[in-house]
Design a protein around this ligand. Sequence first.
Ligand SMILES: Nc1ncnc2c1ncn2[C@@H]1O[C@H](COP(=O)(O)OP(=O)(O)OP(=O)(O)O)[C@@H](O)[C@H]1O
Ligand SMILES: [Mg+2]
Length: 439
Amino acid sequence: MQTSQPNNTETMTDPVIKKMHNHVHWAKDIQQKGLNILITDDDPMSRTVLSGFIAQSGAKAHEVDNGQAAVEYCQSNPVDLVLMDLDMPKMNGFDATHEIKRIKDQFIPVIVVTTYEDETILTKAQAYGADDIVSKPVSHELLLSKINAMIRLKYLYDREKSLVLHLEQKIKERDIANHRLLKMHNDLKRLVEIKTNQLRQKDIELLEMDRITSLYSLAGGMAHEINNPLGFIKSSLDNLKKLVMGQWNDTHNLQDFEKAIRMIMRMDKGVKRIVNIINILKDLSNVSRARHGPLDVNNSIRNAIEVVHSDESNYDIQMALGKIPPINSSPEEINLCLMNIITNARDAVAEKESGIISIKSFYYADNQTIVIQITDNGIGMPEKIMPRVFDPFFTTKPVGKGTGVGLTLAERIVKRHDGHIYLTSKEGQGTTVTVVLPV
Ligand SMILES: Nc1ncnc2c1ncn2[C@@H]1O[C@H](COP(=O)(O)OP(=O)(O)OP(=O)(O)O)[C@@H](O)[C@H]1O
Ligand SMILES: [Mg+2]
């Protein structure tokens, strides 16, 4: 039997025996793997001979008698190799080979076993996908050697396929890991943004508290320092007034008396202004404890001007305050908002020869809102900084002059009232800030 093993080293040196040994070696492989080989032939005699060869080599032989049966068998059973006759009923060997080769994700080697020797027919078989050809009558040794070659090829194909599958799986896993990493990166980025915003918000709150506290201590200190001398000045003035008036009839120097009275009146006005400013500062120090109620915003405008503007200022204030209904707010908050806007306008016209700040207020009945417009003819601002002016700590002013939170606070106060604040400006020409507050 051709599959028996050589048993001495002498015979192994013979090239033919060696070749035989190789076949035996491969045949042993077939045996070990328990391969499934499908024999497709309409001639029962041929099938029996081929089945005998296969059985001897240790593989399992399965038989079908036409091409169509071979295709169907391959589609639903594990098959390692097909031996294919060409001339058969129902479906010939060419078409069956073609169909078997089209089965997805599988490499089933097909060896055509035929009596044809015509080259065109053999070429055609290969064109239809046949991997090899063996002539009938079949030599057992040749058939086994061809089967082994094909099995080796199939083994390589299957190994490569599982490697590819393994690689694809790894790539998929890496993609999933990358995706997760990206998601984590984005989550982290979002978290950092949220935390940064929270910190910025805290910064503003601290700064606002800082301002309020310093205003409070300023107001408290001023009130304490000024109140006593003020009381003294006021009572002295009252006495002086009475005294001057009492001596009116006895004096002959009318001009001096008139002068004295004018001076007293001016002092009286000055004292009233100091009292007013102290009251406003006291109000401002209460922003954090502010209580809402009906508020006349025109009054807040006047108060804010009182603090920011003085007789010595080198610009004019023009006011056109319309009849507006009260809004629900606190004087402390609205004063702080307007003071910041008017202070900016004042800074903007500081270098101007004929600086003008005009302030308008009116009621917009359609929307039930009041509108306050503060316009200056100062330096204006370049277009590129306009989107940033409400940002916390954005300032173009020198260190010590501006902290860059005036408009941030103004915007926050307006928004707290469900209102809006708009800004238009032209560099070198001036700026208008419009505040809209619901009634
Ligand atoms: N009326 C204006 N005219 C020209 N520029 C303005 C005017 N109002 C605001 N700006 C610009 O917007 C910037 C931000 O204003 P904001 O009031 O927030 O801060 P600031 O005035 O610089 O400092 P702070 O108000 O905290 O003392 C200013 O530095 C300035 O460049
Ligand atoms: Mg400012």
